[in-house]
Design a binder for this molecule. Structure first.
Ligand SMILES: C[S@@+](CC[C@H](N)C(=O)[O-])C[C@H]1O[C@@H](n2cnc3c(N)ncnc32)[C@H](O)[C@@H]1O
Ligand SMILES: [Zn+2]
Length: 193
C-alpha cells in the first residue's frame, strides 16, 4: 500500500473544495498537471489504528461538508483476476465498480477507510473513478468512514459491523441486502424442513 493518493495531494496543495458534479472535469485537468504539484504535497490523510477495525484512515485537516476528500486509486482488475489474487486473503482492498466486471485494487490511504453505518464520507463513481467526499463537516483527527453497502456475499458470511454508532445495522451489507439475505435464509431453512 502506498501513501496518499494524488487527488488528496492536489486537494491540499490547491485548497480545492470540489462539488461532486464538477469533479470529473476538474480531475482530468488536474491529472495533467500532477507531476508539477507532486513535490509540494503535504500529508493530509494518515493511517492509524482504528477502534472500528485494525487500521483506519484519518484526516489531519478539517474538511468541509461536501468537500472533496480523496480518490480511491489503484489498478483496475477483473473480478476473475481479483479472485485469483486474493481468494485466500482474509482482507482485501477491492472496490467494486458499477460495470460489474471490474474492481479497483486499492493502493493508497483511501483503501484503509473503514465502513460505518453512520459515515462521515460517501464514495461515488464518476466516469469510472471512485471519488470520496465528506457528507458532513469533519474535524482534524477524525477517522474517515463511508458506508460499504455490501451486496452479493456468501449466505454464511454476515460481514458483521463494529462501527459502534447508534444507527449500526449490525452488518456492512446494505439495508436492502440485509432484507434479501434474511429472506434467502428463511427460504433455505424452509426447504430443509
Ligand atoms: C479495505 S479494508 C479497511 C481497512 C482495514 N481496517 C485494514 O486495517 O486493513 C476493509 C476491511 O476492513 C474491515 N472493516 C472495515 N470496516 C469495518 C466495520 N465497520 N466493522 C467490521 N469490520 C470492518 C473488514 O474486514 C473489511 O473487509
Ligand atoms: Zn455499523
Amino acid at each position: 500500500m502506498g501513501g496518499m493518493s494524488p487527488a488528496a495531494c492536489l486537494h491540499k496543495c490547491r485548497g480545492l473544495d470540489l462539488k461532486l458534479k464538477k469533479i470529473s472535469m476538474i480531475y482530468r485537468a488536474q491529472s495533467q498537471i500532477l507531476p508539477l504539484w507532486k513535490g509540494f504535497c503535504f500529508m493530509t490523510l494518515v493511517i492509524r489504528r482504528s477502534r472500528i477495525h485494525a487500521d483506519g484512515c484519518y484526516t489531519t485537516e478539517p474538511i468541509k461538508k461536501g468537500g472533496f476528500v480523496t480518490e480511491y486509486t489503484g489498478p483496475r482488475i477483473t473480478l476473475a483476476e481479483a479472485d485469483a489474487l486474493y481468494e485466500k486473503s482474509p482482507r482485501t482492498y477491492l472496490f467494486g465498480l458499477t460495470n460489474g466486471t471490474h474492481v479497483i485494487d486499492g493502493d493508497s490511504a483511501s483503501a484503509f477507510i473503514n465502513h460505518s453505518c453512520d459515515a462521515n464520507c460517501e464514495a461515488d463513481e464518476v466516469d469510472g473513478k471512485v471519488i470520496i467526499t465528506a457528507v458532513r463537516k469533519i474535524e482534524a483527527g477524525e477517522e474517515l468512514t463511508y458506508d460499504y453497502n455490501l451486496y452479493d456475499g456468501e449466505l454464511d458470511d454476515d460481514s458483521p459491523c463494529y462501527c459502534g454508532t447508534k444507527h449500526c445495522r449490525g452488518s456492512m451489507y446494505s439495508e436492502k441486502e440485509i432484507e434479501k439475505r434474511a429472506q434467502a435464509k428463511l427460504e433455505a431453512k424452509n426447504k430443509n424442513r
